[in-house]
Write a protein that binds this ligand. Structure first.
Ligand code: PMP
Length: 326
């Protein structure tokens, strides 16, 4: 759909995938007035297809638009667009277990001008691509590099919304991590460079103790990390399984000493793409360390199975998280 100031949203339609044509002065290309979302559609056992908590993506998209001074896409319009695309792709059938349809809604400023101000014209699009499975050869822990040179987000910045610029700034640290043989970057807070925030595209959880008594700790939503929908879902699921979950600050020092003395038994990252991935090796300038012997932890795997079972419709959807696309 398109938007023009004074007119509102118009021209909502389903079209064949293909190139967009744009004026060279298009605002989004110069000043990154651009936001996006990521969610998945899961084939259900009865042959239908369901998206997972799309209302939460719609709400986060509105928050992102607000932060970037963009007109919001009404939540119902966001949901209708996603449904229409999933429905149009109904011939999509997973060829492997755990394959999904990844959906990417995005909104960009299309007006052409060179001054710095909010645009008066926008485009809202949704594209789809078959995805995964994320771990085709079995779940294995990722290695991470703690970035002490770069931060992802600062107080008052855009770190708690999903805008294009956040990801542009993450490319150099990601490259640095890859050069050091690590899969992902761990970001620290910008003010003290002491507290763990998140990975470049996933939230983090720490497990203390083991068995029935294992407790989870996850960095609190300080305003500089993205409120992940997977993070939110896992807090609920873990509590239902009887585990205490605390949202609070966790320092790099606490993580390291806990991993070394065995009080932190597991660490995992979570997001729409991977759902849950265990974290094994940690590289940091102040000393490398390993969590839980470097293998996937028991609670990590239990939570992963529980959430995947809900998403794939293998257990009852007691929270109303699945949105069936007719
Ligand atoms: N943090 C960042 C920076 C992300 O890009 C993502 C992916 N959207 C997440 C966390 C996880 O969020 P979600 O669970 O909603 O995918």
């Amino acid at each position: 759909a398109r938007y023009r100031e004074g007119q509102g949203w118009y021209d909502a339609r389903l079209t064949q995938y293909g190139p967009l044509s744009m004026d060279p002065g298009t605002a989004a290309l110069h000043y990154a007035q651009s936001i996006f979302e990521g969610l998945k559609a899961y084939a259900q056992p009865d042959g239908s297809v369901a998206t997972f908590r799309p209302e939460a993506n719609a709400a986060r998209f509105v928050r992102s638009a607000d932060r970037l001074a963009m007109p919001p896409v009404p939540e119902e319009a966001f949901l209708a667009a996603v449904d229409a695309l999933v429905d149009a792709d109904r011939d999509w059938v997973p060829t492997l277990p755990d394959q999904t349809l990844y959906l990417r809604p995005y909104q960009l400023a299309t007006e052409s001008f060179l001054g710095v101000r909010p645009a008066h014209e926008y485009l809202f699009l949704v594209i789809a691509s078959p995805a995964g499975p994320y771990f085709p050869r079995g779940v294995h822990p990722v290695s991470v590099f703690v970035s002490e040179d770069y931060v992802r987000a600062a107080p008052g910045g855009t770190g708690d919304v999903k805008c294009a610029g956040n990801y542009a700034a993450s490319l150099r640290p990601q490259q640095q991590a890859s050069e050091l043989g690590c899969d992902q970057v761990v970001y620290l807070d910008a003010v003290e460079r002491r507290y763990i925030e998140e990975l470049g595209g996933m939230n983090l959880f720490f497990v203390q103790g083991s068995g029935e008594d294992a407790e989870l700790v996850t960095p609190e939503l300080s305003g500089t990390l993205l409120p992940g929908i997977t993070r939110d879902s896992l807090i609920t699921v873990a509590r239902e399984l009887g585990h205490r979950v605390t949202e609070r600050k966790v320092s790099l020092e606490e993580w390291r000493s806990g991993a070394l003395d065995g009080s932190i038994t597991e660490t995992f990252a979570c997001g729409t793409a991977a759902v849950i991935t265990p974290v094994g090796e940690i590289k940091a300038r102040t000393g490398d360390f390993t969590v839980g012997g470097g293998g996937p932890g028991a609670l990590t795997m239990r939570l992963r199975e529980t959430l995947l079972d809900i998403q794939h419709g293998r257990v009852a959807d007691t929270h109303g998280w699945l949105h069936r696309v007719s």
